[in-house]
Ligand binder design. Structure first.
Ligand code: TRP
Length: 332
């Protein structure tokens, strides 16, 4: 059986990059796989979070999953902290992960920055918890962005180390599903940086909660260069902002980059930005409206999460029990 696990942190605002790069792909996968989509709140606290904001963001990510088309009945949607197996397996797997492996993680180096002694143990252990998320369900496939590939390789290494230590084939080695470069959405202010929830400038991203005017204005002000649009993909070389905006248009319209470049060959940015804004609004406004509708009833969102936690626990509990059994933990 093929099972998918993936997750998004409930931090900051969900944006176009989360939609085009992650959630939209998950919607397609739910037809062919058993899917578990998590809101990874335990991961969120590896960076400082305000309690009220964390609660709100947890509901908001849940609403976004559903508004984008993930079916909470066919799939399992829950927040990580409601299934204690994540923390338990996270601890356990940490005992099979040599420091040498963790020291290679580039995301830790980036997030910890120069003041490494001030970074929390949780930030360091982040990839081990991520491995636990996946392995707790014996997930076989994990759709992630390019930036999470290294963490997924670590999850495979940890799964292999555990299996090898006990001479078992307990954990399947999870396969990454990396989606095309066209869905790598970059900042509107700097075409070389990923569109990110943690970037301080609101102008750098289109949030799923932005209204039509805000979306249009952000696109109008997006950074460009002084040249008209090229007539070939090769002409995008060294023009990261042009490539990003054309790539977003291609993703929104489900066209290839080649087709979009041909469509706007020689056009001024102002013309193209008008078309892009219209398209972004057309795609996002039904999602925004549905998110707002769902967010107006937090009780209903919580009920979905409760239901999801129950389904997740039903898989997690016996798997964790088997891990403990294998290790030799007595269950008196
Ligand atoms: N680290 C992932 C991210 O920031 C989120 C995440 C946590 C995740 N656990 C996961 C993704 C398990 C896939 C599978 O994008």
């Amino acid at each position: 059986m093929n099972r998918i696990f993936s997750g998004i942190q409930p931090t900051g605002n969900l944006h176009l990059g989360n939609y085009l790069g992650a959630i939209r792909n998950w919607v397609k996968l739910q037809r062919d796989y058993e899917c578990i989509f998590c809101i990874v709140d335990l991961h969120a606290i590896t960076m400082p979070q305000e309690p009220a904001a964390l609660r709100k963001a947890t509901r908001e990510v849940t609403a976004a999953y559903i508004a984008c088309g993930i079916d909470p009945v066919a799939c399992t949607i829950f927040n990580q902290s409601t299934v204690s197996g994540h923390a338990e397996l996270g601890w356990t797997l940490g005992c099979y992960a040599p420091l040498g492996w963790l020291n290679r993680m580039t995301q830790f180096k980036e997030k910890a920055g120069k003041q490494r002694d001030n970074a929390g143990l949780g930030l360091y252990a982040y990839p081990v918890l991520m491995a636990a998320d996946i392995l707790l369900y014996k997930a076989t496939h994990v759709p992630v962005g390019e930036d999470q590939k290294q963490h997924l390789e670590l999850a495979r290494d940890i799964a292999g180390a555990f299996n090898h230590r006990y001479g078992v084939e307990f954990f399947p080695l999870p396969e990454p599903q990396i989606f095309g470069a066209a869905t790598r959405v970059m900042s509107l202010r700097d075409g070389t940086k990923k569109m990110s929830k943690s970037e301080p400038s609101e102008q750098s991203r289109i949030n799923l909660t932005d209204d039509a005017d805000t979306i249009a204005s952000k696109i109008r002000k997006a950074k460009t260069d002084p040249h008209p649009l090229p007539d070939s993909v090769a002409g995008l070389e060294g023009r990261p902002e042009a490539e990003n905006l054309l790539g977003i248009y291609a993703a929104l319209t489900d066209k290839t980059l080649e087709a979009v470049v041909a469509e706007f060959a020689g056009a001024q940015f102002s013309t193209f930005k008008g078309a892009l804004a219209d398209m972004a609004v057309a795609v996002l406004s039904p999602i925004t409206a549905e998110m707002n509708r769902l967010m107006a009833d937090p009780g209903a969102i919580d009920a979905i999460l409760r239901d999801g936690a129950e389904k997740a626990n039903a898989i997690a509990k016996p798997n964790l029990r088997q891990v403990y059994e294998t290790i030799g933990f007595l269950a008196p």
